[in-house]
Design a protein around this ligand. Structure first.
Ligand code: ZN
Length: 253
């Protein structure tokens, strides 16, 4: 359903919606430390500022996140956990930061992994879940695809009482699923007031400055910030805001 301002041209499609009511709680499911901030940092910061309890669930240990062949991998994994907690704090998130600990690059949407995600959904009982779009075309990284599948499949398992009865937890049906990096986005969140917060959270992932953010010095870091701002502004143009994050919205879960 489009929710345009009167007199404005339509959004990019007739089915776009905008700005969910702030949920009481939200769970973002990412493949690696930093994916959640890239995908939905502005939206989560906005909701956290409006008393939403924001939880993070990170599927892998981030152990491939370096270009240094001689890197101390155990130290990298430990650093990325600390960075992820700092990023969540920068967003204003007050919920849990959970690490499933799968080896980076080797995540698969197995029955066991689906059970683990469903268990956290049942334990945390989020009103909204956010994750990677597993159906984005021409996506190369398998972890992003599998993490997206786990979010979708975990919801099905969490909501139905006969799945994973051994959890000993009541079923839980979230209200809405938002998929970032969406192949066919149809929902926008206005994040104009939270661009700086999103950047602050992204910049908490300092181990990723070289590889992911291509920001090895101050000039490159500023260029990275400009790329993030430009992307949010570009989405904003389509959705009549100064800056937006866009998603595929799946309701009626
Ligand atoms: Zn990632």
């Amino acid at each position: 359903m489009a929710e345009n301002e009167p007199g404005q041209p339509p959004l990019t499609g007739s089915e776009w919606s905008r700005d969910l009511p702030t949920p009481a709680s939200a769970l973002a499911i990412g493949a690696h430390p930093d994916d959640i901030e890239f995908g939905a940092g502005g939206t989560l910061a906005k909701w956290a500022a409006d008393c939403c309890t924001v939880h993070h669930l990170v599927c892998t240990d981030g152990s491939k996140g370096t270009w240094n062949p001689d890197a101390d991998i155990a130290a990298l994994v430990a650093a990325r956990e600390i960075e992820q907690r700092a990023a969540a704090a920068a967003l204003g998130a007050t919920g849990q930061v959970v690490f499933l600990g799968h080896v980076d690059g080797e995540l698969e949407s197995t029955l066991a992994a689906r059970g683990a995600v469903a268990k956290w959904i049942r334990a945390l009982r989020p009103e909204v879940i956010l994750g990677h779009d597993p159906w984005k075309r021409y996506r190369l990284h398998p972890d992003h695809r599998h993490a997206g599948l786990l979010a979708c499949e975990g919801i099905v398992a969490a909501r139905d009482p006969h799945f994973f009865r051994e959890h000993g937890l009541a079923p839980h049906r979230p209200r809405t699923l938002l998929l970032w990096e969406a192949d066919e986005p149809d929902h926008a969140e206005d994040v104009a007031a939270f661009v700086a917060t999103k950047l602050q959270a992204l910049e908490a992932h300092t181990s990723q400055f070289e590889s992911t953010m291509k920001a090895s010095d101050d000039d490159q870091l500023e260029a990275f910030r400009q790329r993030v701002r430009a992307r949010l502004a570009q989405h904003g143009v389509h959705t009549h805001t100064a800056a937006a994050e866009v998603f595929k919205r799946i309701a009626d879960l």
